[in-house]
Design a protein around this ligand. Sequence first.
Ligand code: 5GP
Ligand code: ZN
Length: 138
Amino acid sequence: MSQDCIFCKIIAGEIPSAKVYDRGGVYAFLDIAPVNKGHALVVPKKHHATLFDLPDDLGREMLAALKAVGRGVMAATGATGLNVGMNNYESAGQLVHHAHFHLIPRHAGDGLTLWTQHAYENVEEMQKLARAVVQAIG
Ligand code: 5GP
Ligand code: ZN
């Protein structure tokens, strides 16, 4: 537990939350400021700052939780779609430094645009970048 982490306090029950899931190493609750009503946050119970700090062996449990909570949110809200998102580091909009996945229920025509897209200069620029990513992955 990180002493100054709001999500650690929520998981420990020190701060109330609208809990929707609590199994194994994973906890989920409704976001207090939803993009759409039913917007949920799925988090590891142990404090890890970002995706890159999560232990690989949490993956199976986390995926099961994302699917279970995602289904539950869709059923309870009548949503016909679901966005799964994660902000890592402040440049990407991460405000709470306890890794968390956003599950956002979506309705046809709800008007939400998550991001705008751009074009590469040409195919070679894209291929060059792909090669750099492959090299960085190792
Ligand atoms: P981030 O920008 O870090 O990806 O998202 C943090 C999310 O946590 C935000 O969507 C924000 O509304 C939510 N949040 C922050 N504090 C609280 C809280 O005390 N309770 C709940 N339920 N959600 C919170
Ligand atoms: Zn924490």
